[in-house]
Ligand binder design. Sequence first.
Ligand SMILES: Cc1cc2nc3c(=O)[nH]c(=O)nc-3n(C[C@H](O)[C@H](O)[C@H](O)COP(=O)(O)OP(=O)(O)OC[C@H]3O[C@@H](n4cnc5c(N)ncnc54)[C@H](O)[C@@H]3O)c2cc1C
Length: 302
Amino acid sequence: MTLTPEQQAEIDELRSQPRQTLRAVSEGMEAHLYKAVPVLDHGFVRVVDYMGDDAAITQAARVSYGRGTKAVSNDEGLIRYLMRHWHSTPFEMCELKLHVKLPVFVARQWIRHRTANVNEYSARYSILDREFYIPEPDALAAQSVVNNQGRGEALSGEEAARVLEWLKSDAGRAYDHYQEMISTEGQQGLARELARMNLPANIYTQWYWKVDLHNLFHFLRLRADAHAQYEIRVYAEAICAMVKDWVPFAYSAFEDYRLGGAVLSARGLECVKRMLAGEEVTQETSGMSKGEWREFSSMLDG
Ligand SMILES: Cc1cc2nc3c(=O)[nH]c(=O)nc-3n(C[C@H](O)[C@H](O)[C@H](O)COP(=O)(O)OP(=O)(O)OC[C@H]3O[C@@H](n4cnc5c(N)ncnc54)[C@H](O)[C@@H]3O)c2cc1C
């Protein structure tokens, strides 16, 4: 279950009490505020708070006193200019605070992004819920034969059934023992901080994660990318949908220059120029390694 009825009631109550404010408000983000977007089988991501909007970015870039916009099109053009030229500090004027529920192995990838503020649910203090990520059959993939860090086709038949059964039964058994170890019935009960070490990495944890827009874009660039692991990518995609509504100009510039754009090396740029001049360039004549050429070609093939 993603949210208990009590948790949903708390969210509904928060959303039922709008307040007036003098601060910048993004109508798009107000629609998301507090609501949980389900991700994976028990996870979610939800906006707890935010600061700023598209105008806050241009306001900071111009160091202006008021909202500072002459025309909306000027703001959009300026934001595209800032993104194109890596003038990043104006994007740091916007902040996002999320509440995320995610499997521990996803959290391990996520926490590598050091430029955020994090507070995680304490399994020293509290008892973890009996909730484990079990992949949907189409996400139960085989090891990729071309990429050591990737996955290939989905497993099928008996192999898929056996793997699913192991994932479920191992997690269930580990949780049963966790409960028995911390139980105080007829025993002293092992400390929670020790009992948790036996739990598998697909158990869910939760945290509050606060980040500025510049560093959030960096996170999304890496984790909403097709090469990111599926289980973190689905969170990044859910966040992308929120950011799109929050700061539509900034998101559209990010989508264009970063998410959908590509970076060319000097050699790559030279090859493109030679191709445009009508030359047939091959890996052998490109000056690139096989790996570089493969990535360069797939970039051009889209
Ligand atoms: C597809 C993929 C595969 C990966 N595989 C592996 C792997 O096999 N093993 C592994 O260990 N990690 C792996 N990572 C994690 C990766 O190396 C980064 O740790 C992670 O993506 C966070 O990126 P970051 O450091 O740029 O982000 P942040 O920590 O948010 O930092 C943002 C930027 O701030 C600057 N910065 C932050 N802290 C410092 C600092 N202390 N010193 C200098 N500059 C700093 C850097 O410019 C950095 O790019 C992988 C990531 C991806 C997306």
